[in-house]
Design a binder for this molecule. Structure first.
Ligand SMILES: NC(=O)c1ccc[n+]([C@@H]2O[C@H](COP(=O)([O-])OP(=O)(O)OC[C@H]3O[C@@H](n4cnc5c(N)ncnc54)[C@H](OP(=O)(O)O)[C@@H]3O)[C@@H](O)[C@H]2O)c1
Length: 248
């Protein structure tokens, strides 16, 4: 398959107003993408990006849990080549903590069900693209459960499985599907983690770099790379390492 060409492409990025989503906006436009539909549940939070890219950025109101917003994408987005399912939430709770069921449901809604609904809404446009790509932001916690964020990890495992399933389903359509599996990254989501945290820009740049090598599973930082190496040696070993890391 020919390598992915960013020049002239059109992208939709969810949760584009900050963190990793914002880093993808900058990286894609720098790589030659013609237009980014930058989605956020609050348009005011896209003001500075809009000022920065007056000609290439179109703000889109999208609370990913709002079906009306998702359905509106069908008319708002005229043409699309790249979808980045980035918006996400994380509550650092365990399965047995108070309200964990409610939290698990909220996290599944945002991190897993919403991307499915968004994919279904824009798939007809992606099918018309000469070279289409879906990028799903999972996490290294989707490869093996982090017990200090257990329900969140389950949503990211679901995202991993969704990525694998879609890849098989969409291969005949020529739509490529990438899974991104970061470790802790320096965004608001990882504020409480006292660990080395690369800048979100690294996730976006590693994604572009991986694509140029036709790699579709991306471990964009040293921590996720190390953890995935352990997983490949033996999945139980990673479970043990994470248990010890969290339980001390
Ligand atoms: N940071 C990490 O360590 C890390 C590691 C692995 C994977 N990830 C994944 O990377 C992705 C981006 O996270 P981040 O680190 O950039 O975190 P972040 O800075 O907290 O950003 C999260 C983004 O998701 C948006 N969002 C949350 N709920 C939404 C909703 N219902 N509708 C629309 N947008 C919503 C937020 O919008 P508001 O500004 O409106 O809240 C924000 O734009 C997530 O999927 C996360 O799980 C992060």
């Amino acid at each position: 398959m020919k390598s992915f060409e960013f020049k002239g492409k059109i992208s939709l990025i969810t949760g584009a107003n900050r963190g990793i989503g914002e880093a993808y906006v900058h990286a894609l436009l720098k790589a030659g993408v013609k237009k980014v539909y930058a989605a956020s549940r609050n348009l005011d939070n896209l003001k500075s990006l809009r000022e920065h890219y007056p000609d290439n950025l179109e703000p889109v109101l999208l609370d990913v849990t709002n079906s009306d917003h998702i359905n509106a994408l069908k008319d708002q987005i005229l043409s699309l080549d790249i979808l980045i399912n980035n918006a996400g939430i994380a509550n650092n709770c365990s399965f047995t903590s108070e309200n964990s069921l409610e939290i698990a449901r909220q996290e599944m809604e945002v991190n897993y069900f919403a991307p499915i609904q968004i994919i279904q809404a824009v798939l007809p446009k992606l099918k018309l693209s000469s070279q289409a790509l879906i990028i799903n932001i999972s996490s290294i916690a989707g490869i093996s459960n982090f017990p200090n964020a257990a329900p969140y990890s389950a949503t990211k495992a679901a995202m991993h499985s969704l990525t694998q399933g879609l890849r098989a389903e969409l291969a005949d359509e020529g739509i490529q599907v990438m899974g991104i599996y970061p470790g802790p990254i320096d965004t608001r989501m990882a504020e409480g983690f006292d660990m080395e945290k690369p800048a979100p820009k690294q996730v976006a740049l590693e994604t572009i770099n991986a694509l140029s090598k036709q790699e579709f599973d991306v471990f964009p930082d040293d921590f996720s790379k190390q953890m995935y190496e352990i997983f490949l040696e033996h999945p139980k070993q990673l479970e043990k390492v994470l248990y010890e890391m969290v339980r001390g």
